[in-house]
Ligand binder design. Structure first.
Ligand code: PEP
Ligand code: MG
Length: 325
């Protein structure tokens, strides 16, 4: 079957009634990136910078980071790369930077840590900007944003790094687009303010589900409660899309559900047109998209949104996918 998926992977992911959905990959390691992209991705929708950081014994220097990010841009060859600033803490500790907390998922993670360590944050931003140079590939993404002040502070640091590099290193340095992860539920109600500051939102459905449902995403005891297909979560995701459209914010999804057949179908029915997923999922999602009708998916979504629980939604989608073979 995988061979069958691969045969069509270079074709655009477009439904039978002509709706194009852009498919991107999530990445973090350099190895394999070129071949992954050769398999028909529209670019990198999430580059997790904590992964190269995890492979080191200490924080990588500015020049070391420039080297890694430059390779990413080169391998992605002209297509966009959404680079997320360091997202450590929670379930992703750095071996050389231990963080001990009772509730790490509610603690010092993502942008919170970066803003408390501007010396690390500035180096990372400077490295991204220099690696990108004059090109339009780079989009910078901030993880775990929970309030507007964090965006403002991050943008101040960005502006500082950008102006310094422009006057000292490269007068033609490109200014990248900026985005924030939608992972902390409350941010939804300030998307109007978010839209005044950044260009796009990327929905981290893994953390978002964890925080919407108050279920640790890695605790096996409650793993049956962790459900991105919970109708409440689906309704939230639909609202997020609608609000972003209203405020003119770009929006994509880079959590696991974007790479699951059921998730990709429901999200595209809501109106999402950018999905970023693990490379292994891309060919299958592409294959599937080319065999469904958007009006059919929209009817399916209406049913799903009104269901009692995630298990019912999964069953609905399973039956639909079964019909599609
Ligand atoms: C997410 O939370 O959905 C996400 C994509 O970020 P990560 O899995 O790296 O926390
Ligand atoms: Mg996350």
């Amino acid at each position: 079957l995988q061979r069958q998926y691969m045969q069509e992977v270079h074709l655009p992911a477009q439904t039978l009634d002509g709706e194009r959905v852009n498919l991107f990959i999530n990445a973090g390691l350099l190895s394999g990136l070129a071949s992954e992209l050769a398999e028909g991705a529209d670019g990198v929708g999430l580059y997790r910078t904590e992964i190269p950081f995890m492979l080191q014994q200490r924080f990588p220097s500015e020049s070391e980071q420039i080297k890694v990010y430059s390779q990413v841009f080169k391998l992605v060859a002209g297509r966009p790369v959404v680079m997320r600033t360091l997202d450590v803490g929670g379930d992703k500790p750095l071996p050389y930077f231990p963080i001990k907390e009772d509730n790490p998922f509610l603690g010092w993670r993502g942008i919170r840590m970066s803003l408390d360590h501007p010396e690390l944050f500035l180096v990372q931003i400077r490295a991204m900007l220099q690696a990108n140079g004059n090109s339009e590939q780079l989009k910078i993404l901030l993880p775990m944003v929970s309030n507007i002040e964090e965006i403002d502070h991050a943008l101040e640091y960005f502006e500082q790094a950008y102006q310094e590099l422009k006057s000292d290193v490269n007068p033609d340095l490109s200014k990248p687009q900026f985005g924030v992860m939608l992972e902390v539920p409350a941010l939804l109600y300030q998307l109007d303010e978010v839209a005044k500051r950044v260009d796009f939102v990327s929905v981290g459905s893994n953390d978002l589900t964890q925080y919407l449902l108050a279920v640790d995403r890695n605790n096996p005891r409650v793993s049956s409660l962790f459900d991105s297909y919970h109708p409440g979560v689906l309704r939230y995701l639909k609202s997020a899309l609608e609000l972003c459209q209203q405020y003119g914010l770009g929006i994509s999804v880079c959590g696991e559900m974007a790479g699951e057949p059921s998730g990709a179908l429901l999200l595209s029915a809501m109106g999402y047109r950018e999905l970023s997923m693990n490379q292994g999922a891309l060919a299958k999602i592409n294959y599937l998209m080319r065999r469904v009708r958007m009006d059919e998916l929209q009817a399916l979504l209406q049913q799903a949104l009104n269901m009692r629980c995630g298990a019912d939604v999964r069953e609905l989608l399973r039956d639909y996918l079964g019909e599609k073979g």
